[in-house]
Write a new protein. Structure first.
Length: 71
């Protein structure tokens, strides 16, 4: 059993060939799927944490409601 490796250039050439053969709809679907797969799984969590931090900083007295106490 032989194992062979493809160079990055060869992989890209084959991908480009595949992309050229796709219809517009297939290309859009492919792009959306690759975007979803390539997304950092922690990016959304980070964005939500930042939104919450900004929301807290907007509070008029500069602190979170109830002084940050869990009641």
């Amino acid at each position: 059993m032989a194992i062979s490796f493809q160079s990055d250039e060869e992989v890209l050439r084959k991908l480009r060939d595949r992309l050229r053969k796709m219809s517009d709809e297939e290309l859009i679907r492919f792009g959306k799927e690759v975007h979803r797969l390539a997304e950092n799984p922690f990016q959304r969590q980070l964005e939500e944490a930042r939104r919450e931090w900004k929301r807290r900083r907007k509070h008029p007295c500069g602190t979170i409601p109830n002084g940050g106490n869990k009641e």
